[in-house]
Design a protein around this ligand. Structure first.
Ligand code: SF4
Length: 363
């Protein structure tokens, strides 16, 4: 079995480690490019959301490299994520790819199917290695996230334009290549030192901009047109509100045994939204409200065109912006989004914030 999975930011580093430790032959799809999107647009349904199309492109590119099995996560709720794996399975079958799709979803949803797919995933594999495989994948996941978060802080203070992104890419490569937990920790330590070294002394006056939105769009730089990098290079310290580590804790660990509750988010969104609306819609409203209370200078809300939960959030965020007197910029992305227009909107937003004189000082 040659197994693959779609991209979502740097998550491939942890997933690759997990599958390799279990003894799988792993085919990581090539980094997402325009060609990936073209494939997804050609073979995905026109009305599908952008993440779906990009993922189809990833899987077809991985198949060209020899993959024969796909590992996907399932989903529930009022948005389209719950249909992703099934529709992808049909498309891949109609294209005659021969790719088998295994779906990991919460056990309470479809226990029989999950049991079958897990049996297939572990057939002839080193099941006794599972705890170790999970451990190293978890440590790599946490290391990647810590490095990316530090990059958000140092980028607006970097000595030379683009230096932080270069150093971050190298640090992530070191984490990917680390062969054990101790090596992961060492790569993290060295990566942090290298990232801190990219900052220019005295360049400590920056604006803080929170980013909220649909998880895939926030985390996948190709899809969000390198939003965090662009904001950082425009002088903003980005506060990322979406964490894969947190998502795994809440949705995979607690959610799989019915222990995940949205009470805290509902409390933060009180007066705007009463409960979960699928995807990260509730999170977007709650986090934007929290960010405003925390004194950020602005919030960017990013969403794929036709994303149902985020369209609801987008309408509500107008009220949050008004009540909290915080500028909120909504950016809708799809396969037609052009870089020049995207950059112009970010520059105009940062100009607006600079004129608002809400300077924040951080060291
Ligand atoms: S949250 Fe939005 S983009 Fe993600 S699967 Fe659901 S509808 Fe699509």
């Amino acid at each position: 079995m040659k197994i693959t999975f779609p991209h979502m930011g740097s998550l491939y580093i942890a997933v690759e480690a997990l599958l390799q430790e279990l003894g799988h032959d792993v085919v990581v799809p090539p980094p997402t490019t325009k060609r990936t999107l073209e494939l997804g647009v050609r073979y995905g349904p026109e009305v599908a959301c952008l993440p779906f199309k990009v993922m189809i492109g990833n899987l077809l590119e991985a198949r060209a490299l020899g993959a024969d099995t796909v590992l996907m996560i399932g989903g529930t709720g009022p948005c389209r994520l719950g249909y992703y794996a099934e529709v992808q399975r049909q498309i891949l079958e109609e294209l005659g790819t021969g790719l088998e799709v295994l779906v990991l979803e919460q056990p309470l949803e479809n226990p029989a199917r999950l049991r079958g797919d897990l049996r297939e995933l572990f057939r002839g594999r080193r099941v006794s290695r599972l705890p170790w495989a999970l451990y190293i994948a978890w440590e790599k996941l946490k290391a990647c996230e810590a490095l990316e978060e530090l990059a958000l802080v140092v980028r607006p203070r970097e000595k030379a334009l683009g230096l932080t992104s270069q150093v971050l890419a190298q640090a992530l490569r070191e984490v990917r290549e680390a062969g054990g937990v101790r090596a992961v920790h060492q790569a993290l330590k060295l990566g942090k030192v290298a990232l801190r070294d990219t900052g220019a002394p005295g360049k400590d006056r920056v604006h803080r901009i929170g980013v909220v939105g649909e998880i895939y769009t926030v985390l996948e730089p190709f899809v969000n047109l390198r939003l965090e990098e662009r904001l950082g290079q425009l002088g903003a310290e980005v506060v990322r509100t979406i964490s894969v580590v947190e998502w795994v804790r809440n949705h995979v660990l607690k959610g799989s045994v019915g222990l995940y509750k949205t009470t805290k988010l509902e409390r933060s969104a009180v007066g705007y939204l009463r409960g979960w609306i699928g995807g990260h819609g509730l999170e977007s409203v709650a986090r934007a409200n929290d960010l405003a209370a925390d004194g950020v200078d602005g919030v960017v809300h990013i969403l794929p065109f036709t994303c149902m939960p985020e369209v609801v959030a987008q309408a509500i965020l107008e009220g949050v912006a008004r009540d909290r007197e915080v500028p909120i910029l909504s950016l809708v992305v799809d396969e037609h989004t052009a870089e020049a227009g995207f950059q112009t909107r970010l520059e105009a937003f940062m100009d607006l914030i600079r004129r608002s004189e809400r300077w924040a000082v951080h060291v």
